[in-house]
Every structure is written in structure tokens, then in C-alpha cells.
Write a new protein. Structure first.
Lengths: 696, 327
């Protein structure tokens, strides 16, 4: 093993000359990576025909001839190769070849370049419709839209995993329910899914089993089993399995739940790789604000009293009742102390995620059908769910909604520059719909049912900070708020329009559409009083050449939706998208960047990634997230959130010196601003140099 | 009879003891937080030569950390002035023991018992490694007496800095170099925690040595003794590097790195650099950077989180924030 030249070159970016990073080294690294590695390890074909036939005959690709003639495929290849695509940074190229490009069975030789992957995805999703295939191909090679990893990675391959990767489900409070959850976890994990469970219905430690007090083990032992399940059922050894569990903050196991992430805790109760999230109803925030006594409840005693799970009760209505009822066992705590404990746990581990249940349900379009109870591994999926009743062998199970979601992201910079918001959103929605229609997770019936009836998708966006920087707009500025308000309103508009058109074509809506806020028009009310348009000239200039939907357009859309319905119960969700944003040479999601050159530790490499479009003129606009007032970030997210029916993965960036109180204040602000969730909290360490220089 | 004093943290003894205490506490970690088992596949993919070099590098590090926790730190803290300084050294002493154990955590995960036993035998019998340990230990043993001269104590502190800031790094090279290229990444999380600790240990003991150096009647003599010691260790370090790294072809890179760290040790002791260093392997240099990195929570554990030190509670006014919708 010798030092790899391209990795060395990429590392040399960090060598400073005349106080500037050696950015040109990154281009050299890309070149070296292709010349010294990729090209030497790519299988060569004399003609396109030879390539396609080989890939199909050797069972790498599915038989595309079932849908296309060679000439039709050639048209799509020609269109894509004519664009002369080049990777803009080493990280983009490296990530693509490392994780996405098709390799031969020995794992040593590449069979695809970026263009080939794009065509394979387009041909696969279009299923024989040549003009549609061209639309997909153009969208992808322009880098206007990026499907989530499972779709981009697996489309068109004969031997491949699933196209969808995000699943959620409830855990019932009995052995059958727990067994079903563990079984689902194993199966979904093995097909590449990130799985999230709501564990709030499970009875607490010390509760009764068959009316014998003190027998229940609580949520921790189940989490331990889930953690081991995910690490066992990894994805063919390629990726470790990943999972999350959410617990309602009023569940008496909450303190134990938080302690599992502390640095120095007993092995038996320590959770290392399972992610954790806390469900925070409005009532809890109110108790903390008023500094009133806060009670946690033993969930099984609640169930025995009311025949309903603690987690499903409206705490605004039921809290006093639960406190007064002597048969509901409870534990008194201080709500502010619990918030600080959450902050402390976040400082030590980045966890837990927070899910603000009230905010997530306030504008929920399916509120008549059920509540959003928890979220997923990245805290952007927010859909209805209900626990299934799993019976013994021979008795019929009652299967209710789990959640399945497939994701993709628009690249804000390219979509804006090409002035194709409408086209990009419509084409992206179509591609997500194909994925949803093709997905059939029969091994987990609750997830299968949700996908079949609700067709949920999650269209998101990336490269916000990159786009703003390219246009010399500060992330924390009023102009950024102005831009996001208009941009995401348009994404919302066109995604509804597209969903309506698909419903019309297929003559099918999601199940329950008639009871939704879309059908009665309530959903559209915020858009019907005043036109949403750019406030400043600068932002208006960016939208020049694109029609911005007005009140009249929204009214018309509302009426069309009333007539034709919507195909998707859920449409938008902004994912954190990490690896896919590297391929797109974009900044991740709608978050600010952490540094002008990111040091990226992945499970398989350490790479240096200069932010997109970085040069000496715009350097200043890449202010690090760690140096921003987090309230400014949360405010920007609150503007976007108004136009997104599901959630947004929102990361808090804090510094070592920030106290638990500082962090807890962000929770309060986020909650008041209507954010639905908070994802990780990242902490920038104080280095000892800094300490020594300021105090010695 | 002299009276016994209790450590009083309410009155600072010097500018830095309190700060180093805090930083040490914040950096606290235990080996079992990490998940080296993720490296099993990576380990199997490495060539036998690299595996051999990796094991030996870590074996050598285990020996140095053992020496530091069992002899170095206890001896130094016995003679150093200031009860707060002693407290900081005792914390560092405990961390050294955790370091020494954590290499075993990695070995246990990827090696068989027979291989491990063979490795520890190698450590005991390797002349160059034993020379490092015995040379440093000699200066620690000079502190056995009840009262020692300032010169003797200075050399004890200096030896400790050489060990922490200089001798460790021929061993650290291997795991950092591999991790930079995507191998043994989970184990490198542990190594990076150790590197972060050793670097503050080197700075702290270096500051103690500098304070003492100012008081010496004949400082030049001690400085010369230090440089002689460093050169002696340097010669040995070159041979040790040859032995470990020749087969994997990294000798030249490691030697440059050894010189780079020798300079760092001298700087920690308040002296100018000794060697001219041209270009240190960027992969390894970047791997040393203790600054916060981005990581994907699902695929690896972060080394960024630290024990939360200050718990500050919420007040009423914290809830009265202006939170008006923007549009």
C-alpha cells in the first residue's frame, strides 16, 4: 500500500500559501483521481451497443430492451454525454465512484461513469416512455434534482436493493407488538432502510405485567435489542444499519432514556449507535414556561384507566385529568430541569432529536384522519401513524398505518439559474411517484399499507447557502428570508399542481383525500389573502423570467384540487442530504456550512471539501454556522417551514462555551417560531491553543 | 513536624492549572464508548505487512503509556509545587492508564489471543523500544529521592515532555495515515482522543518545566543536557522507524514526521526548533488537527463531543423571547 496521490493532493488543499488555502490542489486531485485510478480501473467498451448488451447479458442491468430499442436508448445517452459533465471537486468525484458507480462482481473495476448512472436512472424510471426518459435525464445531468441514495444507487440494476429507504412504525405494548417491531427492524434494515420507532406506548420500568406490579423492564431493554438488531442486519456489509427511537417526554422512563447517551454510563444501559428522539407536546413547554410542577405518567396505568395510550392523548385537554386521577401513577419532576438535562445530553452526544408535536400537527393537512406522533431518523418525515394489533399465529392481525417515504432534493442554484422551478418540481414529483408506485414492502404490512394508500413522497432542497453565496447574499440576512419565502412557496405550489395532475391522469387520489384540509380548502387559506412576491429588488431580480404564482393562481389551484384530488398525502420534506449533496457539488440541505473547507469524516474516508464556487471574492459569505446566531438560522427555517407540509432537518451548531441554558433557549425559540423538529446539536470544540493563548 | 495542606481551588495557584483541569475534564472519555468492531472488515483487508506494522506501532504506544501512568506522572507530581498542579497531573495520570488500556481494546477486537501475547512479548524483547523506555525511566527514577534538585526535576519534566510530544508520534503515524485513507477508521477515533490528550499533557508539563527553568542558576547546562538527551532518543527513533516502517515503504515520511514532533516538543519546553522540516505528509498532519470535523452520525461515532461541564438552569426571562412570524 502506497500513499494514494489523489488523497495526498486533496489533503494539500489545507497547506496555506500567503495566507490562502491551496484550492488549485483540489482540481489536481480530481485529475489525478481520474488518470491514476478511475480510468485505469474502468472496463472499456468499443461501442455503446457493446456496453449495453454486456451489462444486460451479465445481469448487471435489467433488460432495458423490454421497453426501448437500442436507437431510443442511444438518443438518451447522446443527450447526456453531449452535456460534457465534469466533476467540480474531488469530493464529488470521489463520493460518486466510491459509493454509487456500478462495479463488476469482483468489486475492482468500474462499469459506469456519472453519465451512465444518470441514463440508467432515467431509463428505469421512465419505463419505456422515451420523452419522459429524456426529461429525467436532462433534469439529472443538469444537476437540478438529485434522488435520494437508494433510488440513485439502485435504479436499473438487476441485482439491487430497494428504491426507498425511510421507514417508521409504532411499537405496541405487548410481546407480539414488540416482536413485530424487531422483526420489521431486521427486515427493513437488511434492505437498506433507516428505521424509526415510536416506543412511547410501551409500559415503563416497574409497571405491572398481568397485573403483577414491578415486572415490566421499560423501554431501555427494547432499545438494546433494537440496537443489536440494526448492527446485525446491515446492508450486505456495505453500510451499517441505522435506527432511531422516539419517546414521549411525559413517559416515566424519559430520564433513563436520556441517560443512555451519557459518556460515562453503565454498559448495560448505554446506547451507542441507536439514535434517540424526544416527543415534546406543547403542554410540556407551557409547564416549563410557567415553572409549574410537571408530572410524568406511567403509561400502562393511563391505558388501563382510559383505554387509550398516553402518547395518543391530547395533553392540553388531558393533563389536568391525568394529574387528578389517583389511579394514574405519576412522578413529579421539574420541567425546566428536564429541558436542561436534554441540553446537557446534547452537549455530550448530539442527541436527542426534538419533535415538537403541537407544531407538527397545527397545520397538518390530514388532521381529520389522525395525528403525527413522531418522526424519522433525520427528523423531516411527519405523517400519520397508528399502532397495528399483532396477534398470535392463526388470528388475523389488524394492520394500520406505518410510514414509508422516498426522498429527493432540488438543487436550488441550478434550478434558479436555469429558471426551471416549475419543470424541475414537476419532473421530480413524477420520478418520486414512480418510486412510490414501484415500492411494495410486503414483508412489513403496516409500511406496505401506508405506501399503497398514501403514496407519500418527500421533495426537499439543497445548496441554499451555496446559492446565496454565489449571489453575494448573507445567509442571516433579510434578503435570504425574502428569497426562501418566495422560492419555497413556488415549490409548494408546483408540487401540489403536479400531485393534482397525477391524480387526474391516474384517476386516483390518496385514501382519505375527501377528509383532508386540501379537499375542504383550509390548506390554501394562507395563500389566498395576499400575493407572496419578492420584497427587495435584489431578490426580484433573481426570479426574473419566472412567473410567481399569485392569489388568483392559488385560487384556481384550490379549485382544481377540489375537483381532481391529490395523489400524494404528503409531498415535501427537507432532508439533511449529505453524500448526495457532495455529488452535486452543493451545500447540504438548507443549512449553513460549517467551514469554507469542510473536513469530512465518513465511515470510510477523511476528505477535504472546499465549498462550491469558493473563491477570494465570496469567501466572506461562507460564514460558518458555528459563528452564526442560531436564532437567525431558526428564523430562516421557520420561513421555509410555512411552505413545507412535512418537516425540515434542522441542526443546531453550538460551541463548547455555550451553556446548557443557551442551548435550552434555542429549544424555546424554535418551538415558538413554529419549527416542527430539531435534528442533531453539533458542538465545535475549543482547542487548547485557543485556551492557552487567551489565558497564559 | 510540617502541617498537611488541603487543596484549595478557591485561590488560583497560577494562570493555568484551573484551565487545564477544566480542559482535561471536558476531554474525558473511556475506551468502551467507541466501536472498534466496525474495523474488523477493514483489518482483514490490510496486507500482512501493514497489519504487522500497525500492531507493533500500537504495542510500542502501550508501553509508553504504561510507563507514563505507572512511573512518570506519579514521580513528577510528588515533586512538583502546588496542590492544583498535582491534581491536574493525577488526572492526566489516570487518563494515561485509560490510553494504555484502550490499545488493548483495539487488539482484542481485531487480533487473536495468541497474536496479542506474541505482540506483548515483542514489546518486552525489542531493544529499541526498551531503550526508549529505559532512557526516559532513568530520569524518572532520579526523582525517587525525598528531595531532589531543581535540575533533576527539570530533566524529569523534560523527559516527560519528550515522551508525550515526541516519542509517541512514530507510533501515531500508522493509525492516522491509514484512517486518512479510509482504513481502521473506528479505531482511529480512539487514537485521535489519545492524541488530543497527549497534546495537552505535553503543553501542561512543558509549562511546568518552563517555570522551573527560569529559576535554574545555570540554565544553559540543563538545556545542553536536554538537547543531548533528545539527540540520543532521536538516533534511536530513526532506527525504530526503520524497523517498523521499512517493509511498508513509509520510512522517509515517518522520519520527517518524527523531526516535526521533536521540534514541537522543544517548543513546548520553550526552546527553538532543532530540525529543519520540509514537508510532512499532509494526510497525517491533517489527521492530527483536533478541530471539529463533520461526520455522519449513522456511519461513525464522533470524537467531537465532550463532557458537559456547566449546567446552567433556565430563568423566567428565557421564555419571554420575541418570536413573531417573519412574513
Amino acid at each position: 500500500m502506497v500513499t494514494k496521490k489523489w488523497i495526498l493532493l486533496n489533503n494539500e488543499i489545507m497547506v496555506k500559501k500567503d495566507d490562502e488555502f491551496s484550492l488549485s490542489k483540489d482540481k489536481e486531485a480530481v485529475r489525478s483521481y481520474f488518470l491514476d485510478y478511475v480510468n485505469k480501473n474502468t472496463v472499456f467498451f468499443y461501442t455503446l451497443k457493446e456496453k449495453i448488451d454486456y451489462l444486460i447479458e451479465q445481469e448487471y442491468y435489467i433488460d432495458f430492451y423490454q421497453w426501448y430499442t437500442f436507437e431510443q436508448m442511444e438518443e438518451v445517452y447522446d443527450l447526456v454525454f453531449a452535456k460534457k459533465f465534469r466533476f467540480q471537486s474531488f469530493m464529488s468525484a470521489f463520493k460518486f465512484f466510491q459509493s454509487y458507480a456500478l462495479r463488476d462482481d469482483s468489486g475492482e473495476k468500474f462499469l459506469e461513469r456519472y453519465e451512465d448512472r444518470v441514463v440508467a436512472v432515467a431509463l428505469f424510471l421512465a419505463r419505456g416512455d422515451v420523452p419522459q426518459a429524456k426529461q429525467y435525464a436532462e433534469l439529472l445531468i443538469n444537476q437540478e434534482y438529485q434522488p435520494a441514495t437508494p433510488t440513485f444507487l439502485n435504479s436499473g440494476k438487476k441485482r439491487s436493493g430497494e428504491l426507498v429507504s425511510c421507514f417508521l412504525d409504532e411499537i405496541g405494548d405487548n410481546l407480539n407488538g414488540i416482536g413485530y417491531a424487531i422483526d420489521s427492524a431486521m427486515k427493513l434494515s437488511s434492505i437498506g432502510g433507516g428505521v424509526s420507532f415510536n416506543i412511547s406506548k410501551v409500559r415503563a420500568r416497574g409497571e405491572s405485567i398481568k397485573d403483577v406490579e414491578g415486572r415490566a423492564g421499560g423501554v431501555l431493554p427494547i432499545m438494546k435489542i433494537l440496537e443489536d438488531t440494526f448492527s446485525y442486519a446491515n446492508q450486505l456489509g456495505q453500510r451499517p444499519g441505522a435506527g432511531a427511537v422516539y419517546l414521549n417526554i411525559f413517559h416515566t422512563d424519559i430520564e433513563e432514556f436520556l441517560d443512555c447517551k451519557k459518556i460515562n454510563v453503565d454498559e448495560k444501559v448505554r446506547i451507542k449507535s441507536l439514535s434517540i428522539g424526544v416527543i415534546v407536546p406543547d403542554k410540556f413547554m407551557e409547564l416549563a414556561e410557567n415553572d409549574e410542577a410537571c408530572y410524568l405518567f406511567y403509561p400502562h396505568t393511563v391505558y388501563k384507566q382510559y383505554g387509550k395510550y398516553l402518547d395518543e392523548l391530547d395533553m392540553n385537554e388531558m393533563y389536568e385529568e391525568l394529574v387528578t386521577n389517583p389511579l394514574v401513577k405519576k412522578k413529579k419532576i421539574n420541567a425546566r430541569h428536564l429541558m436542561v438535562k436534554i441540553a446537557q445530553t446534547q452537549k455530550e452526544s448530539g442527541y436527542p432529536y426534538l419533535f415538537f408535536k403541537g407544531n407538527a400537527n397545527r397545520g397538518h393537512a390530514l388532521k381529520e384522519l389522525g395525528n403525527v406522533k413522531f418522526s424519522n431518523l433525520c427528523t423531516e418525515i411527519m405523517q400519520i401513524s397508528e399502532v397495528s394489533d399483532i396477534e398470535i399465529y392463526g388470528k388475523e392481525d389488524t394492520i394500520r398505518y406505518g410510514i414509508s417515504c422516498n426522498l429527493g432534493s432540488l438543487n436550488i442554484a441550478t434550478v434558479m439559474e436555469n429558471k426551471r422551478i416549475k419543470e424541475a418540481v414537476a419532473t421530480a414529483m413524477r420520478s418520486l411517484t414512480v418510486v412510490s408506485d414501484l415500492t411494495n414492502i410486503a414483508m412489513v404490512p403496516s409500511v406496505q399499507k401506508a405506501n399503497k394508500e398514501l403514496h407519500s413522497v418527500g421533495l426537499g432542497a439543497m445548496n441554499l447557502h451555496g446559492f446565496l453565496t454565489k449571489n453575494f447574499i448573507m445567509y442571516e440576512s433579510a434578503a435570504a428570508l425574502d428569497f426562501c419565502n418566495v422560492f419555497f412557496m413556488m415549490v409548494n405550489f408546483y408540487s401540489i399542481q403536479s400531485s393534482m395532475e397525477i391524480a387526474k391522469e391516474k384517476n386516483e387520489t390518496f385514501v382519505g383525500f375527501e377528509q383532508s384540509e386540501y379537499a375542504n380548502g383550509n390548506y390554501f387559506q394562507p395563500y389566498l389573502t395576499k400575493d407572496i412576491a419578492p420584497v427587495s429588488d435584489k431578490i426580484a431580480g433573481l426570479f426574473e423570467g419566472m412567473a410567481i404564482p399569485t392569489v388568483a393562481d392559488w385560487t384556481e389551484l384550490m379549485n382544481q384540487v377540489k375537483t381532481h384530488g391529490l395523489y400524494h398525502a404528503y409531498r415535501l420534506a427537507i432532508a439533511p442530504n449529505q453524500s448526495t449533496s457532495y455529488i452535486m457539488n452543493a451545500t447540504a440541505s438548507v443549512m449553513p456550512v460549517v467551514d469554507v473547507i469542510e473536513v469530512r469524516e465518513y465511515g470510510d474516508s477523511t476528505t477535504y471539501y472546499p465549498m462550491p464556487y469558493l473563491d477570494n471574492d465570496n469567501y466572506f459569505f461562507y460564514k460558518s454556522a458555528y459563528d452564526m446566531d442560531q436564532k437567525n438560522v431558526l428564523r430562516l427555517i421557520s420561513v421555509i417551514q410555512k411552505h413545507v407540509d412535512q418537516g425540515i432537518s434542522t441542526i443546531l451548531h453550538t460551541n463548547t462555551k455555550d451553556s446548557t441554558r443557551d442551548i435550552a433557549k434555542y429549544y424555546i425559540y424554535a418551538h415558538k417560531m413554529g419549527l416542527k423538529s430539531l435534528y442533531y446539536t453539533r458542538t465545535r470544540k475549543a482547542s487548547i491553543d485557543e485556551c492557552v493563548s487567551c489565558s497564559v | 513536624m510540617s502541617s498537611y495542606k488541603a487543596v484549595n481551588w478557591n485561590t488560583p495557584e497560577n494562570d493555568y492549572a484551573g484551565m487545564f483541569w477544566e480542559q482535561n475534564l471536558r476531554q474525558f472519555w473511556v475506551d468502551t464508548e467507541y466501536i472498534p468492531s466496525k474495523d474488523i472488515d477493514s483489518w482483514k483487508s490490510l496486507s500482512p505487512e501493514i497489519q504487522e506494522a500497525y500492531k507493533k506501532a500500537l504495542g510500542g504506544l502501550t508501553l509508553l503509556d504504561t510507563l507514563q501512568s505507572h512511573t512518570g506522572m506519579p514521580k513528577l507530581l510528588d515533586h512538583i509545587d502546588g496542590l492544583q498542579n498535582k491534581a491536574v497531573l493525577s488526572f492526566m495520570c489516570m487518563m494515561e492508564a485509560i490510553h494504555a488500556k484502550s490499545y488493548s481494546t483495539i487488539f482484542t477486537t481485531v487480533n487473536s489471543t495468541a497474536e496479542i501475547n506474541e505482540l506483548f512479548e515483542w514489546v518486552e524483547n525489542n531493544k529499541l523500544l526498551q531503550f526508549k523506555a529505559s532512557t526516559i525511566d532513568k530520569y524518572y527514577r532520579n526523582l525517587d529521592a525525598n528531595k531532589v534538585s531543581d535540575e533533576t526535576l527539570f530533566m524529569g519534566l523534560a523527559a516527560s515532555v519528550l515522551l508525550e510530544s515526541f516519542l509517541f508520534y512514530s507510533g501515531f503515524f500508522m493509525p492516522l495515515w491509514l484512517a486518512g485513507q479510509g482504513q481502521m477508521v473506528a479505531s482511529a477515533d480512539i487514537i485521535k482522543k489519545i492524541v488530543a490528550d497527549e497534546s495537552i499533557h505535553g503543553v501542561f508539563v512543558g509549562l511546568l518545566a518552563q517555570d522551573l527553568y527560569k529559576k535554574l542558576p545555570n540554565p544553559e547546562k540543563s538545556k545542553k543536557e536536554l538537547i543531548d538527551l533528545l539527540m540520543e532518543l532521536y538516533e534511536n527513533e530513526l532506527k525504530y522507524t526503520d524497523e517498523l516502517y521499512t517493509e511498508v515503504g513509509l520510512t522517509a515520511d515517518v522520519k520527517e514526521y518524527v523531526r516535526y514532533n521533536a521540534n514541537k516538543a522543544m517548543m513546548n519546553l520553550g526552546f527553538e526548533e532543532l530540525f529543519e522540516v520540509k514537508a510532512v505528509n499532509s494526510i497525517v498532519l491533517n489527521g492530527l488537527n483536533g478541530e471539529t470535523t463533520q461526520h455522519d452520525f449513522f456511519s461513525k461515532k464522533s470524537t467531537n463531543y465532550e463532557k458537559s461541564m456547566e449546567v446552567v438552569h433556565l430563568r423566567d426571562e428565557d421564555f419571554h423571547v420575541e418570536a413573531e412570524p417573519v412574513f
